[in-house]
Ligand binder design. Sequence first.
Ligand SMILES: *[C@@H]1O[C@H](CO)[C@@H](O)[C@H](O)[C@H]1NC(C)=O
Length: 242
Amino acid sequence: MLTNTVFVTLLALCSGVEFQIQNAANFDIWVGIQANPGHPQLRDGGFDLPAGHKVSVQAPEKWAGRFWGRTGCNANTKHCQTGDCGNKLKCNGAGGTPPATLVEITLKGDQGLDFYDVSLVDGFNIVASIKPSGGQGDGSQYSCKKDACSNHTVINQCPEELKVKNGQGTVIACNSACNAFNTDQYCCRGAYGTPDKCKSSTWPVNYPKFFKDRCPDAYSYAYDDHKSTFTCKAETYVIKFG
Ligand SMILES: *[C@@H]1O[C@H](CO)[C@@H](O)[C@H](O)[C@H]1NC(C)=O
């Protein structure tokens, strides 16, 4: 086990990628990290990131997974108002409860490229961005550029039926239509389980448009167009919440 840990650490240092995770908000965030199946959890899946702080997390080559920011966390109960992974600081494989803004990345995928995106498919709880530091791309629009969902109006202009409020009545997140209504159409499943059958423009209410208008470079629903995926080859990615 120890040998394994040492090996994984060495591998990360030699050929892996560094994620610099920043809290740009003026409040405390608990970061959540969930590896995709078959990949190791990084930093046991979560840690406390006080306002203005930055933490460096090493990932092995070919790692894939997601990052999110948990807000309104209680150090005693370990429960967070948004993005909660089951009343614990270290998510250890558990995902965050929607709604939560997700930063997703796959290292060294197709053609050795890293694929990254910001996803609002599970709703929005906090502004987030991911940006390669340096890195090699082909100069095109979605190559080695910053992908961000940084428009704070997503919270205060959130459609009433999608608003998520805390006990004090403050809006703390904006739900996805799938999570709010749980229908096959809004969730792109069953008879709506293919891209051509699940176009948000044909929905009773085009809720993804609300998110897309504010965060054009983020995924807004399961079959959103694929322009929202960025690619790069980089050794460092800066992920910012708040
Ligand atoms: C946020 O989105 C709204 C709606 O599209 C837009 O009017 C506003 O200018 C955006 N704000 C920022 C800071 O981008």
